[in-house]
Design a binder for this molecule. Structure first.
Ligand SMILES: NC(=O)c1ccc[n+]([C@@H]2O[C@H](COP(=O)([O-])OP(=O)(O)OC[C@H]3O[C@@H](n4cnc5c(N)ncnc54)[C@H](O)[C@@H]3O)[C@@H](O)[C@H]2O)c1
Length: 370
């Protein structure tokens, strides 16, 4: 198959969809890979590293789209790319259609085949192409939180791990899923006093078994949250209710009960945030302050660490990209239910129910194609 890797052109996106190592794997399977020049620069991969493993470098994005049968990307296509996508072309990337009507309509019009990373789903209902980014964001939330707890950055001026003879900082993590677990591991490793709150008792049981002694678990309730916010230094928002907006677990009136310089990191900002005062920020301007409480709510946290994020993402996407390239999308999706669930739009038909529901578009059952 002919595979194309365009350079990401969304603002501040430095990841790339294939590493040189991924290109090498695809070449071993006999595929032709076109990579747009400088596509890997933001993640630390030079053009010559791609060329050395057999990628053919193209100077423009137009050429990549026009030659490829399958486009492998990271972010959803932006408007400038809509017209480049061809009829019958397979596009494998994050789309997040349900939150973007113009994109959905443009992809319907393109008559391409859109296979979305975020809806590829395993039998246990886990989302293998979302997990790596949650891992990055979870670990990063503590790194950022520790930084903004420093006095010159408007925090309380407390060191996460304390020192001998001085108590460590207290970290409260709302949600003990992927993000929350990775955050807890980092905070615990730095010596903080950590508590994870979740609604799921089986999840709390599991976390209690596997976490070190400086991580405690607590049932999530308004009562417990109100009690804890008064003396916790760093609060991480990491809840998710699949398919719904995040619940507002910390309300505006609670801020006055926190100590000045408390830091809130709302990782769930991409689902609306789990603090009432959350509004999305960017890496250029990541924080704002309300009632002396520092808010960090960058919607695309992994974007700040593209080297790690690219490797984490491509470790997860490459095996699927290889299946698609080897078999073509129809056979690959017939043989893999995980990939089949990634199909969102096929040649003008919306085949993913949540996307058709989001915009009142006609729904075509997948059986028409698979
Ligand atoms: N900002 C970013 O850059 C970024 C990156 C990756 C993920 N995210 C977001 O982070 C959030 C968490 O993702 P995840 O992969 O950890 O999800 P997950 O499904 O693994 O975990 C969510 C957890 O929240 C718990 N929960 C639900 N309601 C709760 C409540 N009221 N109180 C306490 N816990 C509750 C669930 O039981 C579950 O354990 C999502 O909104 C995701 O989109 C953001």
């Amino acid at each position: 198959m002919i595979i194309g890797v365009p350079k990401e052109i969304k603002n501040n996106e430095n990841r790339v969809a294939l590493t040189p190592s991924g290109v090498k794997e695809l070449k071993k399977h006999g595929h032709q890979v076109f990579v747009q020049m400088t596509a890997g620069d933001g993640s630390g991969f030079a053009d010559e590293e791609y060329a050395n493993v057999g990628a053919e470098l193209l100077p423009t994005i137009e050429e990549v789209y026009s030659k490829a049968e399958m486009i492998v990307k990271v972010k959803e296509p932006i408007e400038a790319e809509y017209k480049l996508i061809k009829k019958d072309q397979l596009v494998f990337t994050y789309f997040h259609f349900a939150s973007h009507e113009p994109l959905t309509r443009a992809m319907i019009d393109s008559k391409s085949v859109c296979l979305a990373y975020e809806t590829v789903e395993k039998a246990d209902r886990s989302l293998p192409l979302l997990v790596p980014m949650s891992e990055v964001a979870g670990r990063m939330s503590i790194q950022q939180g520790a930084k903004y707890l420093e006095k010159p950055l408007k925090g309380r001026g407390i060191l996460l791990g304390g020192v001998p003879g001085v108590r460590p900082a207290k970290v409260m993590i709302l949600g003990g899923g992927i993000v929350g677990t990775e955050a807890a591991k980092m905070a615990a490793g730095m010596g903080a006093d950590v508590t994870i709150l979740d609604l799921s008792l089986p999840r709390l049981r599991y976390l209690d078994d596997v976490m070190p002694a400086n991580v405690k678990t607590l049932m999530s309730s308004e009562y417990n949250i109100r009690e804890m916010i008064t003396d916790h230094d760093l609060i991480i928002g990491a809840v998710l209710i699949p398919g719904a907006k995040a619940p507002k677990l910390i309300t505006r009136d609670m801020l006055k009960d926190m100590r000045p310089g408390t830091v809130l990191v709302d990782v769930a900002v991409d689902q609306g945030g789990c603090f009432e005062t959350t509004k999305p920020t960017t890496h250029q301007d990541p924080i704002y302050i309300i009632d002396d409480v520092v808010h960090y709510s960058v919607a695309n946290m992994p974007g700040a660490v593209p080297y790690t994020s690219t490797l984490a993402l491509t470790n997860a996407t490459l095996p699927y990209a290889i299946q698609l390239a080897n078999k073509g999308w129809e056979k690959a999706c017939k043989e893999s239910n995980e990939l089949k669930l990634g199909l969102n739009i096929i040649k003008g038909d919306v085949v993913y129910k949540a996307v058709s529901d989001a915009f009142n578009l006609p729904y075509t059952p997948l059986e028409k194609y698979i």
